[in-house]
Ligand binder design. Structure first.
Ligand code: P1T
Length: 378
């Protein structure tokens, strides 16, 4: 089936009792058991929930995976993936990841004995240089949040596998509409479903998809054992959002392409980050491994004061954390999403005080352009 068909129907079937075409929200914490040792397959809401399973099946189909395991947030998904490893194990991570991923690794998991190497994975020589006998996973985010660096997924998978390590990809920025890393050799793909998958900024959630039965069983065990599960209503909202994912992604991208043309002509902007720009250092790679360039743009306006002014003047672009919703958002990574990253590291990876991130929504491109023109006219 094609992607749009799968977005609507993938892993879905009418509900057994009533034939309801849309999956009901199974808003229950527990299920009646028939007798000792005999039940329907559903015992307790943390352990099993049919609405959650409908979401897990759907995203698994879209990512060409056998299994999906949903969690309460993108970060709790990454935490579960990191829980596959133990003290002394080493994980190589893209240096320019979402700030929360950095915070989880550096401020929580490092304390518990996992070892992390943050490197620029756009050049896999940097990965090779820190790869060792205890390397268990290479975790890449591509394109990165917020400066949109692109890592070669196929080459990263080959490199990880040569050392018996796993390759995990944070695919939040593109969604399976524009990138399917498992088809390029990755072992696990995760999403903050909060973003493009849900697409309406009305829930928090995460999911990991994969095809390895053993790893999936462990992640399923961790889902129940750690207990960071998404509520049924949130799963339903994410699932409903996915049905329009291809339509939305096309509009996000068309609007982003329009705005990139406008922004590239603005003398006050020091740099425009977008993988669809021919001047982007990984433009050719992005064209090869992605089916679209996505709806996120970052711009460097040169200083904190100038960034503040732009943020203050923007109207249609709402000043807020997060991304991937139908509405356009504008944010300041250095003080918001990446505040946990030390300033010297932020500057090195391009998250300067003048950097502004735009999550381009599905509104009319002309209105978005007019808003940015006004935000930049000082
Ligand atoms: O917020 P949560 O659902 O826990 O997802 C974390 C996460 C993981 N990976 C990427 C690439 C992300 O962008 C995020 C969350 N990001 C934001 C909240 C943000 O504004 O960038």
């Amino acid at each position: 089936m094609g992607f749009s068909t799968d977005a609507v129907h993938g892993g879905q079937h009418p509900e057994k009792v009533t034939g309801a075409v849309m999956p009901p929200i199974f808003q229950t914490s527990t299920y009646k058991q028939e007798e000792l040792g005999k039940h329907s397959g559903y015992e307790y809401g943390r352990t099993q929930n049919p609405t959650r399973e409908a979401l897990e099946r759907n995203i698994a189909v879209l990512e060409k995976a056998k299994h999906g395991v949903a969690y309460a947030s993108g970060l709790s998904t990454i935490n579960a993936m990191m829980n596959l490893f133990k003290e002394g194990d080493e994980i190589i991570v893209t240096d320019n990841v979402y700030g929360g991923t950095y915070r989880l690794a550096e401020m929580v998991l490092r304390e518990r004995g996992l070892r992390f190497h943050f490197v620029d994975t756009t050049d896999l020589e940097n990965v090779k240089a820190v790869m060792g006998p205890r390397t268990r996973m290479v975790f890449i985010e591509t394109p990165t949040n917020p400066v949109l660096n692109v890592t070669d997924i196929r080459a990263a998978a080959e490199l990880a596998h040569a050392s018996d390590a796993l390759l995990a990809v944070d695919n939040t920025f593109l969604s399976p509409c524009f990138q399917t890393p498992l088809e390029l050799g990755a072992d696990m793909v995760m999403h903050s479903t909060t973003k493009f998958l849900n697409g309406h900024s009305d829930m928090i959630g995460g999911i990991v998809v994969l095809s390895d039965d053993g790893l999936a069983e462990t992640l399923r065990f961790l889902q129940n054992a750690i207990g960071a599960v998404p509520g049924p209503m949130d799963c339903w909202l994410a699932l409903r959002g996915v049905k329009t994912l291809p339509l939305r992604m096309r509009q996000h991208e068309a609007n982003a392409a329009h705005l990139v043309r406008f922004l590239s002509d603005q003398p006050k902007i020091k740099h425009v980050y977008y993988p669809g720009l021919k001047t982007h250092p990984q433009y050719e790679l992005a064209k090869k491994q992605q089916r679209g360039f996505g709806g996120i743009i970052s711009i460097d306006v040169g200083s904190l004061d100038r960034a503040k002014e732009v943020l203050k003047r923007a109207r249609l672009f709402t000043f807020a954390e997060s991304l991937g919703g139908v509405e356009s958002l504008i944010s300041h990574p250095a003080t918001m999403t990446h505040a946990a990253v030390p300033k010297a590291d932020r500057d090195r990876i391009g998250v300067t005080d003048g950097l502004i991130r735009l999550s381009v929504g599905i509104e009319d491109a002309e209105d978005l352009e007019a808003d940015l023109a006004s935000a930049l006219s000082f």
